[in-house]
Design a binder for this molecule. Sequence first.
Ligand code: SAH
Ligand code: SF4
Ligand code: F3S
Length: 470
Amino acid sequence: MNAPRKLHIKSYGCQMNVYDAQRMVDTLTHENFVETANAADADLVILNTCHIREKASEKVYSELGRLREAKDDAARAGRDMKIVVAGCVAQAEGAEIVRRAPVVDVVVGPQSYHHLPELLRRARRDGRAIETEFPVVDKFSSLAPPQPAAIRARGVTSFVTVQEGCDKFCTFCVVPYTRGAEVSRSVVKIADDVRRLADNGVREITLIGQNVNAFHGTGPDGKPWPLGKLLHHLAGIEGIARLRYSTSHPCDVDDSLIAAHRDLPALMPYLHLPVQSGSDHILAAMNRKHTIAEYHRIIEKFRAARSDMAFSSDFIVGFPSETDDDFAATLALVAEIGYASAYSFKYSPRPGTPAADMQGMVDAATMDQRLAQLQELIDSRQAAFNVGCIGKTFDVLFEQTGRRAGQIVGRSAYLQPVHVMASSDIIGRVLPVTLTGLERYSFFGDLSAEPARTGSSRHNHASLTTTTGA
Ligand code: SAH
Ligand code: SF4
Ligand code: F3S
């Protein structure tokens, strides 16, 4: 057999891209590729791109500029380096990428990754290959599953895609165009993936989808199953200690999901439920399809099902026509919900989306000022949430060794990093930890003899007073 060729893959954007990158690696393993961390010695470089904001998609072209030099250096050393652009910029821009950056050999959209080996062969034969179709077959049926050694090397937590694409058409967003219509995978295939991961040491699964709670995959009974029912099913798989899902849309929260939070100790009481704005007028212009009053009612349902629930969100500031009053409503919402964490972005007009043609663009200085003010409020809320956790005993899933000798790092139910001094035997175990200290966003703690009361996969109904008082 020939010496293995080296593959370097770099992902931008969301968790879906991280997951897709692993599946591309798994598929190319069968083509005799091994991963390398260094782009300069790679025979194949894949940029797995994101188109969500202008800054994200422009990054690709600066990276391609650097890669052109690396490719020239390789050629001088007698080596052929192939460059692939995958992901959402590939889907949105297609052949335009090759016009702007002729160094690119293959352009492949997110629904065609199972054709990568063939596209690479085509590029070698014809000099170039471009594929941005939305095929009808599920790409995951044809992408190779990970080998046991690869699963073990990736650690005790894993993503699993259950749904892809989006039918919501928020007026600012490119995802419905880059990822296509909503498609759910079958329950049997998802359960097979989760079992394979659990058999190889994975303890925590995050089900991912652009709009994950719109999941309606076919169950073993031939009927469409909602996400809540899928979670019930997966919670029964041996070895799975924790379940999460991301990202949800408020309009697709149904009773099955609320019931899952009430009934499944393994389902973590932490939910990313983006709202984007606190103003009904802006929500309508964004086509988010719900009001702030409805959002509050949804949050209340989760809290009634499990009192230690905490929430995170995404916000956009400076959406066209956003007034000072609209922005004040966003600040009021953040203060009222008391998010444990949140991301905020300046509105970025995206080609082909309805909002890009709307009147009332907010000027750059106002956007900057609003973003700074919102981020300051979010940070102070996050700090208050974290300080409120000190002294409490939380269940922690230990993931890896820390930077300091003897230190092991894990995560709480709320994804807070927690450091303890312990033997590496605890990696992969969920153990109660009393939180004793906090440095920026990282906690320190001691393994506890007492079981955890909050965010625990054993004790379901303890209250997290830090969020309810916010
Ligand atoms: N499916 C997820 C979000 C995907 S994009 C959802 O529905 O929430 C992640 C986040 O990027 C969005 O929640 C939004 O806050 C932000 N975003 C999307 N398009 C944007 C744009 N044009 N400008 C600024 N932020 C944007
Ligand atoms: Fe984009 Fe809206 Fe779909 Fe989220 S729900 S992916 S923001 S269109
Ligand atoms: Fe970006 Fe595409 Fe994900 S645009 S956020 S990589 S779905």
